[in-house]
Write a protein that binds this ligand. Structure first.
Ligand code: ATP
Ligand code: MG
Length: 200
């Protein structure tokens, strides 16, 4: 599951958990983006986003966090994420094979055909599109059989709203895991108003 995770919130966790359950996944690998090519506003440092993702997922044995996108220079393209994950898996488990899925919310799924090398993406992972409040979940015209659409419990939470709330001094309790809220407070993230906008 790729994302900016600025910050990771309960919408991300529910999406990951539901897809893991439906597809009986052994692991969900969260991949915080490096420099997101489609994001216009200033973002929090990759290390802060990475660490908040680690804090949020640490207790769940199915969840792990990968640095592939953070450690690669240049803009993050999902096709590179998948290629690096495949290569890492092949190096670590030379005699095993794996089935790969890429989890997206309804908003990201609509955009996927406009991403860099969509054919490369669908060659490397089966797409799973999940419902997200405020967005229509639909196959964006992908070839037959490459995407599965599933309904998940609706959480109307977005990172941009969380950034906005923090900048306005509103609470974010119960929208993000407690450790993430504490990290945001401790490092005074999003206190500056310019961080608030820019959904991706
Ligand atoms: P921003 O508001 O900054 O764009 P976001 O909440 O959309 O943040 P991202 O990091 O952009 O979070 O999203 C990563 C992935 O998680 C995307 O595929 C997105 O569609 C999905 N996602 C995010 N929030 C939800 C949610 N509440 N329900 C379902 N899917 C979600
Ligand atoms: Mg987004």
């Amino acid at each position: 599951m790729g994302g900016t995770f600025d910050p990771l919130h309960h919408g991300h966790l529910v999406a990951a958990s539901e897809v893991a359950d439906r597809f009986d996944l052994q692991r969900v690998i969260f991949c915080p983006s490096g420099a997101p090519w489609h994001k216009t506003t200033p973002t929090t440092s990759a290390e802060d986003r990475y660490l908040m993702t680690v804090i949020a997922t640490a207790a769940d044995p199915r969840f792990e966090v990968s640095r592939v996108d953070i450690d690669r220079d240049g803009p993050t393209y999902t096709v590179d994420t998948l290629r690096d994950l495949h290569e890492g898996f092949a190096r670590a488990h030379p005699h095993d094979s794996a089935e790969w899925f890429f989890i997206t919310g309804a908003d990201a799924l609509t955009e996927i055909v406009g991403w860099h090398d969509p054919d490369g993406i669908i060659e490397r992972a089966h797409l799973v599109g999940v419902t997200r409040p405020g967005h229509q979940l639909a196959d964006p015209g992908l070839p037959e059989g490459v995407v599965t659409l599933i309904e998940i419990p609706a959480l109307s939470i977005s990172s941009s709203d969380i950034r906005q709330r923090v900048s306005e001094g509103k609470p974010i309790d119960y929208l993000v895991p407690e450790g993430v809220a504490r990290w945001i407070r401790k490092h005074r993230l999003y206190a500056d108003r310019q961080h608030s906008g820019g959904a991706s």
